[in-house]
Design a protein around this ligand. Structure first.
Ligand code: SF4
Length: 409
């Protein structure tokens, strides 16, 4: 894939869509819709999934999503777990058929967070790089020179439509939290995992304020994670698997700390900026860099977002994001059964509480930092590429290999 300079819009980061996996369901769904539109004369389709898509596509329901999207035309899905090396761990081929003959084909990469790249595409309006600066350092210098906060920089680049659009993103995040907090029962997929968001929410009453707050945050993160696991609507932040972290932190700040919606939207802008830096300079894909790229990135985004909501200095925001990402370095991706449930959902809750802890530390320690956010992002990238492929969303290592235990039954 050809590398381009600059960063894309936040619109390519925060995307509203159906779970459980941005790379395995949202991305392929988007590609299939476009390919189907482009080939109205086809009477059938074949999709060949490679790499992580082939290895965890069943658990992530990639085949079901593709068949539904191409319906009523038929679609055969082939899981090719052998072909290596691949240009990207989430590669798939779309093939259009007519009378059993191949009439067109395209190779697609699901690059994380529901974003896709068709091999034949050059630069399109959608993937246009609108941010010229690609490091936190450069952006911070730009803002300090002009004495503007980070959210204002995002608005300068994205235009005046930024905040109305962020309102729709925040509304979708809030809907996922609310739906998850009201939901009960068992998650689909066969692991018999009980939904726990509501239980966590109700367990908070009668505790100390600190305990109540951390259970509230965990409940909100579980709520979104469980909605995602059920195929419900979530917002990639930066992915479906990690979609609960940012909404949990921002729901806490809004509902328990009383911050106004404009402050929450500022937080979304700054959290998105940090997510964009990680996406551009490293990865937000579990298949590329392990869970540090999903949950670690989400934690950094949430820490930065919380800092922006509280009106912190740029150095504090950077320090919070750096701490949040640094302490997820090396985190592996090992979803049991290829489902986005264990360890994913609980991991959202832990990362959400960690994000606020990172900010608390940063508020005191940011004046004596020795490591920049840019450096930790670079380290995350290198660490991720060095991880054995068993720990990059292939469901053959770690917890995924050992599976669940019959505890408490
Ligand atoms: S373990 Fe992390 S990266 Fe892997 S599917 Fe779960 S949330 Fe995504």
């Amino acid at each position: 894939m050809t590398e381009q300079k600059g960063m894309m819009s936040l619109r390519a980061l925060y995307k509203i869509g159906s779970g459980p996996s941005s790379s395995h369901t949202m991305g392929p769904e988007k590609a299939a819709k476009r390919f189907s539109r482009e080939h109205p004369d086809a009477d059938g389709f074949r999709v060949i999934l490679y790499g992580s898509l082939a290895k965890t596509g069943k658990g992530h329901r990639t085949d079901a999503v593709l068949k539904r999207t191409f319906s009523p035309r038929r679609c055969e899905v082939v899981f090719d777990r052998e072909t290596e090396p691949l240009p990207h761990p989430n590669t798939f081929d779309l093939i259009a058929l007519r009378g059993g003959q191949v009439i067109a084909g395209d190779r697609v990469f699901s690059v994380g967070g529901g974003e896709i790249r068709f091999e034949q595409d050059g630069e399109t309006e959608q993937n246009r790089r609108i941010y010229p600066l690609t490091s936190f350092r450069e952006i911070a210098d730009f803002c300090r020179e002009r004495e503007i906060p980070l959210w204002r920089y995002v608005e300068m680049i994205e235009g005046e439509e930024l905040f109305p659009w962020l309102e729709t993103i925040w509304a979708a995040m809030s809907r996922a939290v609310t739906a998850g907090l009201e939901d009960e029962g068992t998650l689909p997929g066969g692991l018999r995992v009980a939904k726990k968001a509501r239980r966590l929410l109700l367990s908070g009453t009668g505790s100390t304020a600190d305990e109540e707050h951390s259970r509230f945050i965990a409940a909100c993160a579980f709520a979104v994670g469980e909605q995602n696991a059920c195929g419900g609507q979530v917002v990639t932040a930066p992915t479906c698997g990690a979609a609960g972290v940012v909404p949990a932190v921002l729901s806490f700040l809004e509902q328990k700390c009383g911050y106004a919606e404009k402050a929450i939207l500022n937080g979304l802008a700054v959290g998105g900026l940090v997510g964009n830096l990680i996406k551009t300079n490293a990865s937000i894909s579990g298949a590329e860099c392990g869970c540090q790229a999903e949950i670690g990135s989400a934690c950094a985004m949430a820490a930065a977002a919380a800092g922006a909501v509280r009106g912190e200095e740029i150095s504090v925001i950077e320090c919070a994001a750096e701490i949040a990402l640094e302490h997820h370095l090396g985190l592996t991706c090992d979803p049991i059964g290829g489902l986005v449930q264990i360890p994913c959902i609980e991991r959202n809750a832990v990362a959400a509480t960690r994000a606020l802890e990172a900010l608390r530390l940063a508020e005191i320690l940011s004046d004596d930092r020795k490591i920049s956010l840019d450096r930790v992002i670079a380290v995350m990238n290198e660490t991720g590429r060095d991880l054995s492929s068993r720990y990059r969303e292939t469901a053959v290592g770690g917890l995924a290999k050992l599976g669940i235990e019959p505890l408490g039954e």
